[in-house]
Design a protein around this ligand. Sequence first.
Ligand code: PEP
Ligand code: MN
Length: 346
Amino acid sequence: MIVTVTHDAPATTTATLLATAASSGLAARMLPDDRGGAVIGVDGNLPPDALTLPGIHAVHRDHKPYMLASKEHRTRSVVRVGGVAIGAGTPVLMAGPCVVEGRDEIIEAARAVKAAGADILRGGAFKPRTSPYAFQGLGEEGLRCLAAAREVTGLPVVTEVLEPDQIELVAEYADMLQVGARNMANFPLLRRVGKLHKPVLLKRGFSATVEEWLMSAEYILAGGNANVVLCERGIRGFDPAVRFNLDLSAVPLAKELSHLPVVVDPSHGTGRRSLVPRMALAGLAAGADGLIVEVHPDPERARCDASQTITPAELASIHRRGLALHAALAEDEIAEYGFAEVALSA
Ligand code: PEP
Ligand code: MN
């Protein structure tokens, strides 16, 4: 059951609802809504006499299994990473190398992507590699390098967390925690990031349905962390010509079903550098709130995922054309329907 509570409800209303749930043996959690009120998701139904308290706005007994990620109580969420707002209108560009290669290297990359228009720096310190013999990242040293690059450029940093026990360490350095495709259904990890308030970039597993992806987001929201951004990064197809199939229909679908911002990763979503710019633009045309792109000053020499890594100059072109495309779509949609389906600046 979902119970929505108005912004001016007495504090006793939410406290009583939570206490009634607890005394009925039902787990419940509360998150703020976008009208200044709150939403309480209860694992079951509260008795009708508990639902007559002042300030209760609506009660939904029929809802999606992802109660808190669904559009039922919120129309749109904006997630703030450092000073950058994701989902507020202007598409956000996250960019950087697949893996942090060293202090000087990440500072050079950060400067380059910032000059190309990036808002957030990406780079893996702990890497999930298919082969145990492949470079696994610099670990904590990589996190220190990312922090140094933020210091120099002012760009907030997103980096992956692989294991529940790493979360606090990664959160000390990162502005946003990335949960990778291979960990989308790692429920202990999702529960632990749900206990923090750091923003989380939740990548879609490459064989996960959209509903499973939203249920993974629900784990994080249910823990009390409302700062989740979804990332479509490609699903497994049958054609080895591309590494993954970027599932762009999942972008408007996830936005139709959920209030969470959605970004697109055209790098892992194709595995081919030549396809990245077009698919990045296609992601924005599909309504994405931003992009996460692998960029290296010298892509051929990137230590990981070189074949899908683009240059800063290519990123600058995506930035320029992406903003123009976004503005043109918004204008066009307003002319056609009186509102824009692509997010407009708040
Ligand atoms: C990454 O972004 O570096 C990465 C490993 O992505 P994914 O989890 O989508 O494969
Ligand atoms: Mn990569």
